[in-house]
Ligand binder design. Sequence first.
Ligand code: FPP
Length: 255
Amino acid sequence: MHDAMSSSLTQTDEERRILPRHVAFIMDGNGRWAQQRGLPRIAGHRAGVESLRKTIGHALKLKLEYLTLFSFSSENWSRPASEVDAIMGLLRRFVRSDLAELNAKNVRIKIIGSRDNLPADILNYLIEAENTTEANTGMTLIVAFNYGARDEICRATQTIAHKVANGELSPDEIDEALLGSELDTAGLPDPDLLIRTSGESRLSNFLLWQSAYTEFVFLDVFWPDFAEGDFDQALEHFAKRDRRYGNVCSTQSVV
Ligand code: FPP
């Protein structure tokens, strides 16, 4: 049985008008949070996992449909081995301790990113998280792991090129919808809002294709300190923005 409180995605008309369907996060600033306290970087990542739990809880309360978390980039492998190992350890522990509860809350987990060259047990944890929750109908939690947007676009392009080479596809059939359908995010809506913590204002190779019309909110708070109030503040910014998708403002006269 699912927890009715957190599984329902039935928003009121007002919630639907002002809330984004899909919020993506760049959870940045764990290292600096730890440094400020004279702690090792891994203490920042550990605190980051707590922040991640609270953020998922708040997203469920708000009945968001999609939540994406940038948890490990394809570039993060270049960090010191001890830090990489520690982050892998946190991921293992997170799946072991939180998967059952997320499943009980009707959360569907999707993993995006390259599955090549991942440690075998990590790959198994990711597959287990997806398989356990694939029939769920509540919020979709998209975890970007070993993810880089340029790598994702290259992999999609290679798949398309193979299809052209073996005669399955004509080059004229390649359009935005086709390319989108070969990305890791195929079938998922683009993020409406992207929040990056830690005061940095860049995308860092995250969802480059999918964020063409995304609203960005950059917050001057380290990820471990990111709280429900910050989430609400970003949602308030979003609610005030006028998304025109290349069109003109709907309330402004043209001549
Ligand atoms: C950015 O802070 C954070 C990361 C690169 C890793 C985030 C990982 C977690 C929150 C835990 C693992 C994930 C799961 C799904 C359990 P930073 O280290 O770049 O901070 P800095 O810019 O201050 O150095």
